[in-house]
Design a protein around this ligand. Structure first.
Ligand code: FMN
Length: 197
């Protein structure tokens, strides 16, 4: 399993003054260090993601789903990816609407691919958001990765754009090892046998 797989790290928040890009950049550095991935960061703030969806479902429309022009780069990154890391804050005990909209505009792009989570927030470190996301990605036939990272009170536990918890790089390595395993396994499986849904 020496080949690399395409990893897309999604910045889930689009709020002004958001912290998400700091976390995504740190995670991307860990993923590059890991060596098992070609790493891209996809920032949802760069895409046009309307809340109003087309009449047809992306499940049935396939490639002809009518997406906005400024969503094309997001869609092709999701399409090409072998694995995802979703970087999410917690908004009112869930994840941001920007992330839900981006997820709902796509369907096949998630299918039979692994998704890991890195969250941040107050006391719960974004865990409520991740629990909801795990549920959503199961509906999309994605495989969620058990190990992830959660950063409680990130405004106290990060300085100079780095987490102060010395255990964090080790947790990142464990998550990335699992993600790489699933990326390789599911890439091979998708190539060998059409997914039955
Ligand atoms: C609308 C809103 C709701 C929030 N609700 C929660 C919450 O339920 N739990 C929590 O830990 N933090 C909550 N927060 C605080 C966020 O975790 C914190 O603002 C974080 O920086 C948001 O990520 P972002 O900067 O990338 O947007 C909330 C923030 C916003 C803007």
């Amino acid at each position: 399993m020496n080949e690399t797989h395409k990893l897309v790290i999604i910045v889930g928040s689009v709020r002004e003054g958001r912290f998400g890009p700091v976390v995504a950049s740190w995670v991307a550095d860990r993923a590059r260090e890991h060596g098992g991935f070609d790493v891209d960061i996809v920032d949802l703030a760069d895409a046009d993601i309307p809340l109003a969806l087309p009449e047809v479902s992306p499940l049935f429309a396939g490639d002809s789903y009518p997406r906005p022009e400024k969503m094309a780069s997001l869609t092709s990154h999701l399409q090409e990816a072998d694995a995802f890391i979703v970087v999410t804050p917690e908004y009112n005990h869930s994840y941001p609407a920007s992330l839900k909209a981006a997820i709902d505009w796509h369907f096949s792009q998630w299918k039979a691919k692994p998704v890991a989570f890195v969250s941040y927030g107050g006391a719960a470190g974004g865990r409520h958001a991740v629990l909801h996301l795990e549920n959503v990605f199961t509906e999309l036939h994605a495989v969620t990765i058990r190990d992830g990272l959660a950063f409680p009170f990130y405004y106290r536990s990060w300085t100079d754009e780095q987490p102060q918890d010395e255990a964090a790089p080790g947790y990142a390595k464990a998550m990335l090892d699992q993600l790489a395993w699933w990326a390789a396994a599911l890439h091979a499986a998708r190539s060998a046998i059409p997914y039955p849904a």
